[in-house]
Design a protein around this ligand. Structure first.
Ligand SMILES: Cc1cc2nc3c(=O)[nH]c(=O)nc-3n(C[C@H](O)[C@H](O)[C@H](O)COP(=O)(O)OP(=O)(O)OC[C@H]3O[C@@H](n4cnc5c(N)ncnc54)[C@H](O)[C@@H]3O)c2cc1C
Length: 467
């Protein structure tokens, strides 16, 4: 039951607008049905809303020229990175032009001495880390999917490493952005701190393309740790696993990753990735630091786990074993869907203060136990963030209604605990009603901001805010 919010009226793509876009881009402007279909949909259960045309941009100046044509013809504009988001963000609810920046793949500058880099928006996180390999540096934000850095900035993404390195909010230093009238602005810079005026960088980070199109991103980098070690530990019950997380965080142990998979998800992972882990609530850990530091962290966490019913730590120290372990974790979404061929995923994304994590997870698991829906649980639990994936048949309205009922209860529970409806996936149009509930009067202020940046509601209309 995907509720599509009201949005601006559709404006037809005229022959004149088409001709202007063709003249600018040649073959890089397409109205082919297959290309439009590919751009109207993300990786979730949300239905396909194809744009009227897709413009493949190559530079900031080109994005600006496309936006000027769209503004002249009042055509909606939907930015597109790699389309891996999960809340309908790339759906062209009012038609218009999709601006695909995935071809903007230049790494413009790496400054190892300052630990920063500037990239075009279409560079993906894996491409960046591949490029950095010989410098001894890496970019840690890892949403699992090989997403574009422009898309990651736009959804304020995080993932498994955020407990140690923060989210895109902490790691974007500056941006180049094309505004709704085609103007090009730069926000932030390379200084590690600045008190210079309004923080526009943080306004565009998480704006999901509703305020402008990010064309370049300046990011923080980190030294690759001297030692890295990963481990998997099953627990007798989920409370023991969650209590281990809470005590680890409250003790201040600087774990780099601490991920929870429940027994349903572990079964899915075993089947999908051909592994033989115990089918039990399980924590995946990673420790970064010096060899001695990693050993000390690991021993402290192992002791906490043992007190909470953790049965044994299976270590992965060789890079190839670690990659296998984390690839299995990252494939968790597709492993969940593979439990029911032909299904789609309805991923949830609440995040609560760490002290409320056990209550939130246990009450949510009780809801699932009383429902007929299949819903494996995974979580970036070190941040208090976890996901259920309702594995649904999108053609069965009763299943979508049940997923919505459960999700509503889960979000209400998280909000009552001082949490949020989305730790990292963003609002798109799928979570707009929850944002309104969560933000209260501030939701109206977000709408006023949107109007100030985009008075004609051209930029990704129908997403995040209602105007
Ligand atoms: C299996 C799987 C696991 C995932 N795990 C995580 C996770 O752990 N953590 C997490 O945070 N996310 C996760 N995600 C969600 C997704 O990967 C992130 O939301 C990612 O940041 C989206 O990047 P993208 O390039 O695919 O953006 P897209 O899906 O292309 O776009 C996302 C939104 O940003 C807008 N946008 C895209 N590019 C730009 C731009 N240059 N300027 C302005 N607006 C733009 C789009 O219009 C859309 O609203 C997961 C997704 C999948 C499929």
């Amino acid at each position: 039951m995907s509720v599509v919010p009201s949005t601006r009226p559709r404006v037809a793509l005229t022959d004149e607008a088409k001709a202007e876009l063709k003249a600018l881009l040649g073959d890089r402007f397409s109205t082919a049905a297959a290309v439009r279909e590919h751009h109207g949909k993300d990786e979730s259960y949300h239905p396909n809303f194809p744009p009227d045309g897709v413009a493949f941009a190559a530079s900031t100046e080109e994005v600006s020229a496309i936006v000027k044509i769209c503004a002249k013809h009042t055509l909606p504009i939907v930015p597109f990175g790699t389309g891996t988001s999960l809340e309908g963000g790339v759906a062209a609810l009012a038609g218009g032009i999709c601006i695909d920046v995935s071809g903007m793949k230049d790494i413009l500058r790496v400054s190892p001495e300052d630990l920063d880099v500037t990239v075009q928006a279409g560079v993906t996180r894996k491409q960046l880390n591949e490029h950095l390999r010989d410098t001894g540096l890496f970019f840690p934000i890892d949403p699992g999917a090989d997403a574009s850095l422009g898309g990651m900035a736009s959804t304020r993404a995080s993932g498994t490493n955020a407990v140690r390195y923060g989210t895109m909010r902490e790691n974007v230093l500056g941006l180049t952005v094309v505004l709704a009238d085609g103007r090009i602005i730069k926000t932030g810079g390379r200084a590690r701190k600045s008190a210079a005026g309004y923080d526009l960088t943080r306004l565009f980070v998480g704006a999901e393309g509703t305020l402008g199109i990010i064309t370049e991103v300046t990011l923080r980098l980190y030294g690759i740790p001297e030692a890295i070690s990963a481990a998997v530990c099953p627990f007798k019950d989920i409370r023991g696993a969650v209590d281990t997380v809470i005590q680890t965080i409250q003790t201040g142990i600087p774990v780099a990753r601490i991920e929870l998979l429940d027994e349903v998800q572990m079964d899915a992972v075993n089947k999908y990735s051909k592994l033989d882990y115990a089918v039990a609530p399980t924590l995946f850990f990673e420790f970064h630091g010096t060899a001695a530091g990693v050993q000390e962290q690991a021993e402290m966490v192992a002791a906490i786990a043992a007190e909470n019913g953790g049965t044994e730590f299976a270590w992965a120290t060789r890079p190839e074993d670690r990659s296998k372990l984390w690839q299995a974790r990252h494939d968790g979404y597709y492993a969940a869907l593979a439990l029911r061929p032909g299904s789609k995923g309805w991923p949830t994304d609440v995040c609560v203060p760490i002290s409320r994590l056990a209550d939130c997870i246990l009450e949510t698991k009780q809801d699932i136990a009383e429902s007929y829906l299949l819903a494996p649980l995974v979580g970036h639990v070190g941040d208090g963030n976890f996901h259920l994936v309702y594995v649904v048949d999108p053609d069965k309205p009763e299943e979508l209604a049940e997923a919505k009922r459960l999700n509503d209860r889960m979000v209400d529970r998280a909000l009552a605990m001082g949490g949020t409806c989305t730790g990292e996936h963003g609002i798109g149009y799928g979570k707009m009603e929850f944002l309104e509930k969560e933000a209260g009067e501030a939701f109206a202020v977000m709408g006023e901001l949107k109007r100030a940046f985009d008075p004609h509601n051209l930029m990704n209309p129908g997403k995040v805010v209602r105007i």
